[in-house]
Design a protein around this ligand. Structure first.
Ligand code: ZN
Length: 256
């Protein structure tokens, strides 16, 4: 039976799952870009998973429960029962993902002296760090922005402002993606736009229930980290697929 997602590992007690669409993508890649294209994609999604685990590590220490980490073609999603409500804790949790990516970039940069393959992974992790720091709520940069504004505006108003900026940036990114024929960027933009609204509503509902019953319900928050590979990794991807195709062409030529 075909399932919607497959458990690949359990890290810190968190199930890490791969969505069926990503598995299909990897299979297609193996046929279109060869083994190197597939290896590159696997390393990329392992980097995304580590980014999410960086967030989760802090979240667990701040008393949150992480249900699962799901890897999708548009990136990683850590599903949590709640986001730390203390601004300082949210800031730490949000910063932990980009920091993990930065450390991975340094590590792959060091490995890069041995093989060019690792240089492309260094670049993709650097991009993963910078892309997620864009203040486009609910991406990491937007969370850091909200945490920064909460003491000044209160949580609800800070979320409203962050979500508005997030939606404006998502629309801008989506339009740019359309003109640039970068359709993965368009899908990410739609996802971000939708997630910004959903999280604002969750905080709004929480606030209302707190006001009415003076005891808040847990909101179902989601931590998203879309990778930037859609854009910048394309040349690298193409380069590697050309290399691997040349490799297999040579192989078959020699056989023929
Ligand atoms: Zn992140």
């Amino acid at each position: 039976m075909i399932k919607r997602s497959y458990l690949i590992s359990r890290v810190m007690g968190i199930p890490v799952r791969v969505h069926i669409t990503l598995i299909i993508l990897l299979i297609i890649l193996t046929f279109s870009s060869g083994v190197f294209g597939m290896l590159y994609a696997v390393a990329l999604f392992a980097s995304v998973a580590l980014h999410e685990l960086g967030h989760s590590w802090v979240a667990i220490r701040k008393g949150c429960r992480v249900h699962e980490i799901m890897l999708l073609p548009i990136g990683g999603v850590a599903k949590m029962n709640n986001i730390p409500s203390r601004p300082r804790d949210e800031l730490l949790m949000a910063a932990a993902g980009p920091l993990t990516s930065l450390l991975l970039a340094v590590f792959f940069g060091w490995l890069g002296q041995f093989a060019f393959f690792f240089i492309s992974l260094r670049n993709v992790n650097l991009m993963l760090c910078l892309f997620n720091l864009i203040p486009c709520f609910p991406m990491d940069g937007g969370r850091i922005f909200r945490a920064f504004m909460t003491p000044r505006l209160g949580r609800l108003n800070a979320t409203a402002l962050a979500a508005r900026i997030g939606r404006i940036l998502a629309v801008a990114g989506g339009i740019f993606g359309l003109f640039d024929k970068d359709y993965i960027l368009v899908i990410i933009a739609i996802f971000i736009y939708q997630a910004a609204g959903a999280e604002y509503r969750a905080v709004y509902m929480q606030q209302m229930s707190q006001d009415w019953f003076s005891a808040g319900q847990q909101d179902a928050d989601v931590e998203v980290s879309p990778p930037p590979y859609a854009r910048k990794a394309q040349p690298v991807w193409k380069k590697w697929s050309q290399k691997s195709n040349a490799f297999f062409n040579d192989l078959f030529k020699n056989w023929g």
